[in-house]
Design a protein around this ligand. Structure first.
Ligand code: 26Q
Length: 823
């Protein structure tokens, strides 16, 4: 309750109540008599928002006055989830709100539940950006996030007859957490043409003319730090027609449709989030989104820099811009355009500024996820930028030629332009060339990019340009908020809540791993979280699950490389095994609930088939009287951040089973372990570092290693290939119609059997099944399991996004926290 003593906190619960009542009666224009939970949510949010605004303004003033370097995190996705609970906890006054709401007749949990998730992201990359904002504010860094204010976030998923159905996510009806800045706008140009002339000094001046203009309007979201007054800004851009309104001339002359057409076309830019995860399938609108957002953000950043009246060469001392994947890479070109075309700097000087400003984070090695844009599309939409890209590429290739004379193949491989039909702009190459640091997101991944997709660039630029920053998660949301009882138990042993600011303090709880009372409480908390999830499962699916069973969870975007298909094949194998046993033998089996959740990209046919099979298996298994509580299969609809906050603390075991070398990091693996769940996983992404930290005895690893994957694939095609015998039985059961129409699932089967099993499902299946048996055995030893759980949590300190942000600050941004004086 650090803020309670300061000017901007509530004095006590009465002070809070007064504010809530005031907002209900004035801001919302309602009486307390018909104040429902939704109104209580609104008023409570407005009351906390008021506290936040004061600190937000002070923070911005402090940062402006200090005039020190700022970092800008450019991300097309910010998967924020709910804001109220987080604001109450970060301000330190949730207890006050709880007591106050109780007096007004509300349960705080019900009030919190009213809030619609801010779901402006697909998955890991977007949630990482949200965790980073929390850490940047909590650590008192001067930092802004820049993104797009999508009218529709990631679609809401409904499961109808076992199939995914997408429903639009309109989330802006009432959003107390955003502040429209109608006075902060930027005109953004598209299309048109370039003219060149020579000035009096013989210098070529390029001018981009014509085309159309769309207006970018800023919407600001306050980002409260934990236990600090620092409140940073997330600025989201919304598009609207440059004229602001539809054309009345046309409207009055009866041409209603055309009168609104311009307006609609402009507003389409920020209308909807692309629902692809790890897949590059963007059309013109996606490139328009990228340029719109990048140009508005850079204009804003440059405008702020210019106020300081410093010379341009100091720009990189004042500004660090981080590119969250290649999505904002146009910023590199746009800054060069501003400096050369608009500010008249020499190419060399400008390019120095540009490359010293940007850092690029890569999140994938999957070739289908690497962004490329066709040259004709560029030429049409951004003609000047295409010219600049060609110039950047020319100077770059000239430098490569000097270092590797006559190596034409090298030039072709590293070129920003792919010489295909049509030619393509390789955004990752542009991002590397335009940045001073390139980082991967876990050790294995950072090694892989250096030895595979970006190997040539290591030779060109040297190894120091490439670095690793292993991902992290914010313990505020993913422990304190999601699992309040566990957080409370930990603070009772570490002596304070300081572990939420320095997660390495978790190590202290290892001293209590043999303490009987501590272990009992530890187990009770997990059980209570499972009971809560069981209730949710009952309410949403109608299925009764036993909270004493092992809860086995795989929640993440559905993707072949993440191998939910292997999981469900394993579940079928378990079902077949159980069916083959006598009732007596069955009783010796460890009961399990297999829980799945996650969205499939709407155009990803195979991912949708996987969802369908999971539901089809559930429909059979959950109603099989022979099986009872021994096995349940649940697909939880519409997995999102707020559902994750309930699901993750309730898991005994979670699955992170991607084909080795394909999952860059994974971040939910960290969240599950931090909440006392164990992991079954492959040697992939951050699983490897988690193992190093918590110890091999505390994780269930299986499967082939990344270094062997290539040879195994080669062997599928050119050697002898047979499907694992246990998996063959699973396929036979599906083909017999055990789970309904077999044709519905033939895509999944033939991917393994007939199309080279690219993701090594068959190769890893035996090891997976065996390891699941080890899990059963380990779980039956409850005392041993609890020890593993406690040890794991105690050793998770490394995976705080605070550690991660400090590494970026020191190794990439060269920025230090801004001291906050007591007010
Ligand atoms: C690209 C072009 C057109 C349309 C969409 C996209 C697009 C959108 C989102 C491409 C990729 C994404 C998201 C990628 C992602 O979430 N990657 C994950 O990033 C996490 C944070 O680093 C890692 O932990 C995960 O391993 C990685 O899969």
């Amino acid at each position: 309750a650090w803020l309670a003593h300061q000017t901007s906190g509530f004095k006590d619960k009465d002070g809070f109540e007064t504010e809530v009542v005031r907002h209900v009666e004035t801001t919302l224009a309602r009486s307390m008599y018909n104040c429902d939970e939704q109104a209580a949510y609104s008023a409570c949010s407005l009351a906390f928002r008021d506290r936040l605004i004061l600190e937000w303004n002070r923070t911005q003033q402090r940062q402006t006055f200090a005039d020190s370097k700022r970092v800008y995190y450019l991300s097309l996705e910010f998967l924020m989830g709910r804001a109220l609970d987080n604001a109450m906890l970060n301000i330190g006054q949730k207890d006050v709100a709880k007591a106050g709401l109780a007096e007004l007749g509300f349960r705080i949990e019900d009030v919190i539940e009213q809030e619609h998730d801010a779901a402006l992201g697909n998955g890991g990359l977007g949630r990482l950006a949200a965790c980073f904002l929390d850490s940047l504010a909590s650590l008192n860094y001067s930092a802004w996030g820049y993104g797009l204010r999508y009218r529709y976030g990631i679609f809401k998923q409904e499961i109808i007859d076992g199939y995914q159905v997408e429903v639009p996510d309109y989330w802006l009806d009432f959003n107390p957490w955003e502040f429209p800045r109608h006075d902060v706008t930027v005109d953004i140009q598209f299309y048109g043409h370039v003219t060149k002339r020579t000035d009096d000094n013989g210098k070529t001046i390029a001018t981009w003319e014509g085309g159309e203009i769309v207006k970018a309007v800023a919407y600001d979201v306050p980002i409260p730090g934990y236990a600090t007054p620092s409140t940073n800004n997330l600025r989201l851009w919304s598009s609207k027609a440059a004229s602001g309104e539809f054309d009345f001339q046309k409207f009055n002359s009866g041409d209603y449709e055309n009168s609104v057409a311009d307006q609609q076309r402009a507003e389409t830019i920020s209308a909807v989030l692309y629902p692809n995860d790890n897949l590059d399938r963007g059309k013109e609108l996606r490139l328009k989104q990228q340029y719109f957002w990048v140009a508005a953000s850079l204009y804003d950043i440059v405008r702020r820099f210019k106020k300081s009246r410093r010379p341009w060469k100091e720009f990189p001392d004042q500004v660090a811009i981080q590119l969250n994947d290649t999505h904002p890479t146009l910023a590199v070109v746009e800054l060069q355009r501003i400096l050369v075309d608009l500010e008249g700097l020499d190419w060399e000087e400008a390019w120095n500024i540009v490359t010293n400003t940007f850092g690029y984070t890569n999140h994938t090695v999957l070739p289908e996820a690497l962004e490329k844009w066709s040259v004709p599309l560029f030429q049409h939409l951004l003609p000047r930028h295409l010219q600049l890209i060609y110039d950047i590429n020319l100077f770059f290739l000239q430098s490569v030629e000097r270092k590797f004379p006559k190596d034409r193949e090298m030039l072709a491989r590293v070129s920003i332009i792919e010489e295909s039909q049509p030619k393509m702009v390789r955004m990752a190459h542009l991002a590397i060339v335009g940045s001073h640091k390139v980082n991967g997101v876990a050790e294995l991944h950072s090694d892989l990019i250096k030895t595979t997709i970006f190997k040539d660039f290591v030779e060109v630029f040297g190894p120091d340009k490439f670095t690793n920053v292993t991902n992290g998660i914010t313990p505020r949301r993913w422990l304190h908020q999601a699992n309040p009882r566990l957080s409370e138990l930990i603070s009772s042993k570490t002596g304070s809540q300081n572990f939420l600011k320095d997660l390495t303090e978790l190590a202290k709880i290892e001293h209590y791993k043999d303490d009987k009372a501590f272990r009992k409480e530890w187990a009770e908390i997990k059980y209570a979280n499972k009971v809560r999830l069981a209730k949710h499962i009952k309410k949403t699916t109608g299925v009764d699950v036993n909270p004493s069973a092992l809860f086995d969870v795989q929640v993440k975007r559905i993707h072949e490389y993440k191998r939910q298909q292997m999981n469900i094949f394993g579940v079928i194998h378990r079902y077949l095994t159980l069916k083959s046993l006598s009732p007596e033998e069955r009783k010796k089996f460890q009961p399990r609930v297999s829980i799945f959740g996650g969205k499939a990209a709407p155009g990803y046919w195979m991912a949708k088939q996987i969802i369908h099979l999971i539901n089809a298996v559930g429909a059979v298994v959950n109603n099989d009287k022979d099986i009872g509580d021994l096995l349940k299969v649940i697909f939880l609809e519409d997995y999102n951040v707020s559902k994750a906050e309930m699901i993750i603390p309730a898991s005994d075991l979670s699955e992170h089973i991607s084909t080795a070398g394909t999952e860059a990091s994974g971040t939910s693996n960290m969240k599950f372990v931090l909440n006392g769940g164990l992991i079954i996983g492959t040697c992939d992404g951050a699983n490897i570092e988690i193992t190093r930290e918590i110890g091999e005895q505390n994780i269930f690893l299986f499967g082939n290693l990344a270094e062997d994957v290539e040879d195994i694939r080669h062997n599928h095609t050119y050697g002898s290939y047979t499907v694992d015998p246990d998996l063959v039985k699973v396929f036979e059961a599906i083909e017999k119609g055990t789970f309904g129409e077999p044709n519905d699932f033939m895509g999944m089967i033939s991917a393994v059997r007939d199309h080279g099993d690219f993701y090594l499902v068959s190769d890893d299946f035996h090891s997976y099944i065996e390891t699941q048996e080890l899990v059963d055995k380990a779980y039956r030893d409850q005392e041993g399991w609890i020890t593993k759980s406690i040890e794991s949590v105690a050793r998770m300190g490394f995976f705080s996004s605070d550690r991660c942000i400090n590494e970026y600050a020191e190794g990439i941004w060269n920025i230090e926290p801004l001291a906050v004086k007591d007010q």
